[in-house]
Every structure is written in C-alpha cells, then in structure tokens.
Write a protein that binds this ligand. Structure first.
Ligand code: BGC
Length: 760
C-alpha cells in the first residue's frame, strides 16, 4: 500500500471493491500477450509485445510465442549495435520510433530494452544487451525508455536481474556477492528506474543468490521500490513464476503468460486461508489497473512509412565500429578505375538480427551488395559467395570461385559473420570463433592476392575472435546485427558518406580464455558463481594487465582528434553530501573530415581498502566536429561516481585519498590524466573483540581508547605491544581476542570487555 500514493489511491480503492477472484485474475494475463479484462467495472485488456529493437506484434489473440508470423515492423539495430553508438540521442530516437509503431499497432507496452550486462561473450542473448559496462548500458537504456514513453507507450526494462546467460536460465542461481551486484549488475537498472520511470520492469527467469527473481522480495520490493522509488508494475518473464503466491508477496504484480486456473486459484486460496495479505493483492491489482489506465491515454497513430527505414539506416551507420584501417584503405572512392571483389554470402543474404523473442518481421531488408553497387555507381563490383551459410564445412568450389573473383580487383570486401544458429535466445555459444570456412577463406585470399587489400565487414551480435585472422585484413568494420537497413548503412560507411563513429561497448579479447568470467561460465549443478566479482569486461582485462584484440571504447574514424587541457575542480564535500567534481577538457578535430568522437571519462582509486578496477567509465559524450573545430566539454561527477559498495556498511563509501580522472578515446587510449585529492570521513567501523589490532588502532575513537587502556611503561614509553614495533608488524592483523592469550602484550580479556562495552 505504501508504494501507491496520490492519484493511485483511487485505483487502490477500485481494486478494493473488486472480488478476490477479479483481483486474482488481474494479476495474471488473459492470454500470451494481453492483461485480463474486468468487464463488470469496464476494465479493458491491454496488449504487450516484444521488443526491443522492433515490434513483434502477434496478429491474433495468440496463445503462443509466435516467432515467425508477426506484423511487419521496422527492424532497428539490435542492442549489440545500439550499445556501440554511445549516443543517447540515437537511442532516444529509436525508442520514439518504436513507440510510434507500437501506438500504430495498439500496443500498450514494448517488452524492452534488455539491459543485462555482457558478462561473457558466450551469452546467446548478448545481441539483445547493450554493454559490459553498467554506466553505458544505463545511459543508453534510459534514453531509449524516454523515447518510447514519449509516445505514451510503456517500456519493460528486462531482465531484472542477473540474467547473463542462457544456459539453464530458467533455474540457475546467479551467485553474486553484494558488492558486485551493486556495482555491476544493478546500476543500469537503477539508473533507468530513477531517471526514466519505466512503466514496467520484467523480472528474470533465474535465481539470484538462491531465490527466483520472481520471488525475490529483496530485489523486487526492497531495492526496486524501497531504494529506487519504482512506482510502476513488475511483470514476470514468460514462464518465470513458480509459486504465484510467494511471487505476489515478493512484489511481482503480473504473471505472464497466465497459468490460468492454477495461479488465480492459488491466490484465492491463499487469501481464504490467511496466507496472503489482502492488502498485497489489492496493491498488485491496483498496479495493473494503473498500467491499463496509463495505456488508455494513448492516442492512435498511423503506421510510419519510409522514415523509419531511413532512421534505421542512420542509426546503423552510427553504430558500426571501424576496428582497423591500415594505410587508410577505407573509405573507398568511386571511380571507373575501381574494381571491388565482394566476397561472402552475407553480401547478398544479410544477417541483421538474432533469433528468439526479439525477432522482427522486417518491413524491408537492404541487401549489402545492392547498396554497395548503388553507392559506387562508377566502379565495377564483382561478387562471389565464398562460403555457404548452412554449415561450417568449407566448400572448395565456392572458395575457388572467390579466389578467381578476387584476382585483379583493387580491393576485396569480405562479408563475414556468425551463422544464425550461433546467436539465439535459449542457448549460449561454446566458442567465439567465426566458422573455419570463413577464416580459411581470408587466409587463402591473402595468399592468392597478397597486394590486394582486404576489408572485412563483420555481421555478428556478440564478440568474436579476430586475432586468428585479422592480420590478413587491412581494415575491419564491425557491423554487429544492425537491423533491416544494415546494407545501406554499410555502404554509407565504406564509401565515407558516413564517417564511422561507433565505439566498442564490449572488449574483444584475444582469446576466450582471457575473459574474466571464463572459469565461472556458465556454472554447474544449478549454480553460476560470479567469481570474477567486479572485474567484468575491461575492468578485469585491465586489472590483470592482459593484452586484448580491441579494447572497450575503441573505434576509429576517418579523421583524427586531439585532447588537451584536462582540468579537474571540486566543490562541496563528501561529508556534507554535496561533493561535485567538475571535469573539463578540450577536444579538436585535427583531420580533414567532419567526424564524431566519443570522449570517455574514466576514474580510478589506485590506493583503496578494497580491490578496485584500474579504470571505470563514469561519463561520456559524443561530439560532432568539422575539421579544425574544437569544443570544450564539461562533465560532473558526484561522490557516488568515486565510491565503492561497502559490504560492511551496506552502502556506498567514499574513501579519502588520491583518485585519478582520465579522458580518452578508449579504456586503453587515455589521452589526459589528472589526480584528484578527496577528503572524506570514513564511516565508523564497528569494532568488536574480533577486530584486529590494526583496525582498532586505525579507528579515530577506538585507537586512542586502546592506547589509553594499554597505557605507558614505568619509563613513560608505550607499554605492551605498543612499544614493540618489530612484533607489531607481524601481529597487527590478529584479532584482539586472540592477542589476549599472549602474555606481555598488555591486552587482556578484561581490557577487551571494557573497550567493547564502553563503546570503545
Ligand atoms: C524472453 C523475454 C520476452 C518474453 C516474451 C521470454 O522468453 O526472455 O525477453 O520478452 O519471452 O516473448
């Protein structure tokens, strides 16, 4: 009751007037995609639909997932691509376009965005997730939710929480320590909830530390509503509810799809038997009513036409990441003297989305080969498929034809990517390699025509290994799974009509084995231990100082940028809770083309009482600069940006000392760095008989109290252990209670008793 205030009191009152059966029915859908009507009081059902990169509306009142026959909709770039845009403005535009299509199709809630952290490149749904970094994922997702909801269509931020793998996803317990949850897996959700007020949140299938997310009161009520102030509705992922009554009590309002006749009966019986508080049922029913009420305010809209395809193309082009461009082989310049060998089946059969619940039936699909031909009208384009899409086995005839096609060309553009079956909801990959048929083909092309530069365009939704073949390529363009306009966008980037500005939202490792989660993914016997703790993605690679293929944040442009004048100022204080660190720097376009740079701000606390990553992204911005232009940027940081989550104090703690503030073009391309001295008072450490000598002495109250209690020797020098510095080094980390057993140290059980009972 306490979470529903103001205008919702009338809904609560309305809920209170319904029969128990009607309320129970409201807490379940009425079919796969609709909420339940309550005809007696004129409550109509509303329809929800997947997302997140395009609408997947089922044409009929369906009772199945209907993966294939959805109503045609614009397939925008998947999250793998959108994450690489580092552009909240674009994410907002995609959200608004998606919202407009949802309105036109009478959809009340779009099931997305998906904002789980990319913990391992093996996760089968990485193409649906934004980043390995919570700051980036949170900022982009919030913008997308704002865009969507600007159309009076609700978002459903998913999958809350810790759904970072597909293996055993319906049962596995994600075993995550509290600090890691707070620093890595929750902040993106927290940011979206606190800044963009999504109408709904979707809980995940998995357990979090032994409790199903759908039944996890700590997650769904204490944190989501209590700490973050979420005032919307929590729905289940499809089939995530195991015990409807426990889920309701934990804060899960709406079960989807409905387990009709089972879940509603269980609720009614629990109320009758006194096992479920009626107020909880009223509250959940009122939240469903509120969602219906919100959705009712939606005005109808017409289905937009070509504008959305054009938007999809613009966004896709801004998401592509130019990983490598030796000798400036790109962009290609149109000319009658240019012959391009386009090799690879993906040139005519593009891959642009992954499989599963996010699959869109696109309104149209650009064919990369056609788009490249149109973009280079004077050049000669020859095509050979090079490999088949159906399996991994090399086809000798296709490869031989590709070699013949390449001979005499000025440049080879190889269209490579993952087989569709490798990237799907429901299963994880087992390796991160491209099919051997493709990597062998690159090697053979490099052998056969060594003087012809090879440009590789990649179509994959999660990171792949490049280190085994990219030495043979002059340029590599990561296109991700970029939606129905991928082909046109690719032509725009290859020809320089668009200067690439995508940046990696995830690290591309040299080898899978280097990934921080490698030894703990996907777990076993029902548990996956997040053993790498906060060292996820670049945080882990950087802490271990491991070389990577392409670092987080990396991406080239056809122009160059210079950074200068980094300045860091602070105002206010951590102790009065108003610390503001203002960071300014200037970035200039020093090249010859207009281009967009993603300026990334990382912070570090090199000397800390807990293990912290050497660099953490805390702010970024994307600039658009013409040649010779420069811009001064200002970022603001707060105490939270410099803090860690303390499991002792169960809150964010800012430690005093020197911090580093760095700006650059990737996590490994730091251009300017400054140190920042922070003064902050540490929260008092609870001292007990099991606290160590060192901890007692370091405490501003406990230290003097202990020194006083041990006192001085007859010569006026510190007595006992305090006078023996050589011994102190060895036993400083021993708890006081253990030291009491040693004679002559001045620490006795009575002394400990006195210290711990007098509040030091
Ligand atoms: C997926 C969700 C999706 C839902 C409805 C589930 O299997 O995990 O992301 O929104 O199905 O299709």
């Amino acid at each position: 009751m306490m979470w529903l205030m103001g205008e919702d009191e009338s809904l609560l009152a309305l809920a209170g007037e319904l029969t128990v059966e009607q309320k129970a029915a409201l807490c379940l859908g009425s079919d796969f995609w609709h909420t339940a009507p309550v005809e007696a009081v004129g409550v109509e059902p509303i329809m929800v639909s997947d997302g997140p990169h395009g609408l997947r509306k089922q044409p009929r009142r369906a009772n199945d997932a209907g993966l294939r026959d959805s109503v045609p909709a614009t397939c925008f770039p998947t999250a793998s691509a959108l994450g690489s845009s580092w552009d909240p403005g674009l994410a907002r535009a995609v959200g608004a376009a998606l919202g407009a299509e949802a309105r036109a199709q009478d959809i009340a809630v779009v099931l997305g965005p998906g904002i789980n952290i990319k913990r391992s490149p093996l996760c089968g749904r990485n193409f649906e997730y934004l980043s390995e970094d919570p700051h980036l994922a949170g900022r982009l997702a919030a913008a997308m939710v704002e865009g969507l909801q600007s159309q009076q269509v609700g978002a459903s931020v998913k999958h809350f929480a810790a759904n970072n793998q597909e293996t055993d996803r319906m049962r596995v317990s994600a075993d995550i320590d509290e600090r890691t949850l707070r620093e890595i897996y929750l902040p993106a959700f927290e940011h979206v909830v606190t800044t963009a007020q999504p109408w709904t949140v979707m809980c995940s299938y998995n357990k979090v530390n032994g409790e199903y997310a759908s039944q996890n009161r700590w997650l769904l009520t204490d944190v989501l509503r209590g700490e973050w102030g979420f005032d919307g509705l929590v729905m289940s992922d499809w089939g995530a509810v195991h015990d409807r009554v426990a889920a309701l009590a934990a804060g899960l309002d709406l079960e989807m799809p409905p387990n009709l006749g089972v879940s509603d009966r269980a609720i009614v019986e629990a109320i009758a038997g006194g096992h479920l508080d009626m107020a909880l049922l009223d509250q959940a029913a009122a939240r469903v009513l509120r969602l219906v009420e919100r959705a009712r305010r939606r005005e109808p809209a017409a289905m937009p036409g070509d504008a959305h395809h054009a938007l999809a193309r613009r966004v896709a082009a801004d998401c592509m990441v130019l990983l490598k461009n030796d000798g400036g082989v790109l962009p290609l310049t149109d000319s009658p003297d240019l012959t391009v060998a386009a090799i690879g089946e993906f040139a005519r059969t593009p891959r642009f989305q992954g499989m599963g619940s996010s699959q869109v039936n696109p309104t149209r699909v650009d064919v990369p080969l056609d788009e490249l031909t149109a973009a280079l009208p004077e050049a000669t384009i020859r095509f050979a498929p090079g490999f088949g899409l159906s399996d991994d086995s090399a086809d000798a005839d296709l490869a031989a034809e590709a070699l013949r096609t390449a001979v005499g060309a000025d440049v080879i553009v190889a269209f490579l990517g993952l087989p569709a079956a490798d990237e799907s909801e429901g299963l994880d990959r087992r390796h991160i390699d491209l099919p051997a048929a493709q990597t062998h083909l690159v090697a053979r092309l490099a052998d056969a025509v060594p003087d012809t530069p090879i440009v590789v365009a990649l179509f994959n939704g999660s990171a792949i290994r490049t280190s085994t073949w990219d030495h043979a390529a002059s340029a590599v363009l990561e296109c991700w799974l970029s939606g129905q306009a991928t082909g046109g966008a690719l032509a725009d980037v290859l020809t320089g009509a668009v200067n690439p500005s995508g940046r990696l939202a995830e690290t591309i490792p040299l080898r899978l084995q280097d990934c921080p989660s490698f030894l703990n993914f996907p777990g076993e016997q029902g548990h996956v231990r997040y053993g790498e703790r906060v060292f996820v993605g670049y945080r882990g690679f950087d802490a271990a100082d491991l070389p990577v293929a392409y670092p987080f944040g990396h991406g080239l442009s056809y122009t160059t940028f210079e950074y200068r004048d980094l300045q860091v100022r602070q105002a206010g204080s951590a102790d009065t809770d108003d610390l503001v660190v203002t960071v300014t720097c200037t970035v200039a376009n020093t090249g010859t083309r207009r281009g967009r740079e993603v300026v990334q701000l990382y912070v570090a606390d090199p000397v800390s009482s807990v293990a912290r990553p050497p660099r953490e992204l805390k702010a970024f911005t994307k600039l658009d600069l013409v040649p010779g232009a420069q811009q001064q940027l200002t970022f603001t940081l707060t105490a939270r940006d410099l803090s860690y989550w303390s499991v002792v104090h169960r809150r964010w703690v800012l430690e005093p000392g020197e911090f580093q503030v760095a700006v650059g073009g990737s996590s490994r391309d730091i251009r300017c760095l400054r140190t920042l001295g922070i003064e902050a008072e540490l929260p008092p450490q609870p001292l007990t008989d099991m606290s160590t000598l060192e901890e007692w002495l370091a405490d501003p109250v406990g230290g003097p109290a202990l020194r006083d209690a041990i006192g001085l020797d007859p010569d006026g020098r510190p007595a006992g252990i305090l006078g023996r510095s050589e011994l102190m080094r060895i036993i400083a980390n021993v708890p006081l209670s253990a030291l009491a057993a040693f004679q002559g140290l001045g620490i006795t059980p009575e002394l400990i008793e006195r210290l711990t009972h007098t509040g030091r």
